[in-house]
Design a protein around this ligand. Sequence first.
Ligand code: HPA
Length: 277
Amino acid sequence: MTDIHDNPLDAPNADPFEIAARAAADIARLTGVEKHDIALTLGSGWGKAAELIGETVATIPATEVTGFSKPALEGHVGTLRSIRTPGGRNVLVIGARTHYYEGHGVRRVVHSVRTAAATGASIMVLTNGAGGIRETWQPGQPVLISDHLNLTADSPLEGAKFVDLTDLYSQRLRDIAHTVDPSLDEGVYTQFRGPHYETPAEVQMAKAIGGHIVGMSTALEAIAAREAGMEILGFSLITNLAAGIQKTPLSHGEVIEAGKAAEPVISALLARVVEAL
Ligand code: HPA
C-alpha cells in the first residue's frame, strides 16, 4: 500500500521500470489476469466507457498497486479495472491519473503508462477533457489527437534516450477510429503545466504555433508510452472552448458538467473503437 507521502518512485535510487514491473505483478495477482492487451486511461467525461467495453473481471483500488498515488481530485476515480472484451481481449482501464500539476514529479505522472506496458499492453489509449481552440468545435465533441506540443518544459525520459516521436499518435489507430466514426475531427494537443487555465494570450500563442487543443495531461504520458514501445491513440473531449475563444470565464464545474453531459455518447464511441482495435 502506498500513499502520497510514501511512494517508492520517490526514492533517490528508484528504477521506475522495476517499480512498474512490480505494479504489473500486483495487477496480475489482484485481478487474476496475467497479461493485458490494451490499456485505457479514462479522463474527465470518458468514465462510462469502462462499462461498455466488456465484462469487468476485477476492479482494484489503485492504492493497492505499487507506486500509484492517491487521487488528487474528486471525480478522478482511483481504480484499475480489468475488462474482457467480447472479442476475448484483456483491457486494463486506468481510472487513476496523476497530473503534472500535482507537483510530485514526472515519474509519478507516467507510472500508470509504464505499468500498462509492463502488464503486456501493446496499445495505449489516452483520453482527456480539454479546451478547444477551433471555433467550429462544440463543447461535448470528441476529437482525435494527431500530434502534440509539450509546453511543460519537462520529459518523462531520464538520461540520454533519444526516442523518435514522428508517428507518436499512430496513424494506423487513427484510421481505425475514423472507420468507426468518419465524422471525427483531429487536432494537435498542447499540454500546459496547469493547474490554472490558460490566459487568452497563451491560447493565441498555442494557436500560432500549431495547437488546436489545450490540456494538462496527455503529452507526457504519450512520450512515456512510446518509450515503452506502445502504439498510442489519443482522444480529447472538448469540454469548453479555450480561454478567450469562449467569451465567458472558464470554471472547473463547467468542465466537469460538460464531461458528464457528453459521457454516454463519447463512452459508446470509445467502446466501439476499442472493439475495432
Ligand atoms: N485548458 C486546459 N485544460 C483543460 C481545459 C482548458 O481550457 N478544459 C479542460 N481541461
